[in-house]
Design a protein. Sequence first.
Length: 279
Amino acid sequence: MSSNKHTPVSRQLVETVRAGFQLLDRLAQNEITAFITGRQAGNGAFMDRAGRPDLYYSLFGCWISMAAEQTELQTSLKGFITTATSAESTSPVEELALLLIKTELDGDFKKQSVLSIIKPFLKKGRMIELSYQFFLISLAIDACGKNKGFFFFFARIWLSLYRPGGNIPCSLSAALVYARKILGLNTYNWQKRLLDFSVEGGGFRAFDSVQTADMLSTGVALFVLKGTEYDLRVIKPGCLEFVQNNYLEGAFISGDGDLTKDLEYTFYGLLALGSLAQD
């Protein structure tokens, strides 16, 4: 993450989602564009599943609109985040979302100190699992932190020693693999652990105890495996079928039986497609 030539992970996510969007035919692209347009509220924010303007879902709306090159949606969202403050957030995750959106859309936004990025997690993040906190903090510092070399020096030491306990989810396992890759640590054994979440019929499941795949786990796992140069050809047909089977009228659904359409799973569906397309 500290390399001058490094593309921020958040931008890599957008580029991969763009590849997934471009893989679709014109009809599907138009359907997705119509769907994300319909999820934008009058104030420019994007809405959650209940139809309420939401900072977290606005991040996914931002990234998808960038990937689909929908500049009008981005302009409207910029109007919202220009006046939004961290005081309006209810969690460190929402503060992270606001930071990342401003990094992409606000030309006047200045990079933040490492301490200012970490502070919300110290105040409000006690209920968030430690390794997930590390991932979120690293993502934000990677995108908009200044003087971040010192942080990543210690992050590399911490990550080389860290051994998560318990039954961690696929998404967190994937995040740790990618963090190790960016910090120059070996990923081979961690790749193998991530592959344990794969489902025989296609896709990836959230936990070892779960039998069915879901779109979030599939999207992040494929993105990380592709990014760590794993040969996806063996699992590609099944994963592609899983993603295709869970496209529903302009959106991707969760894949685990929930038919609700939202921006988050649409993002992960496009991320999965883009990872497969770029393989």
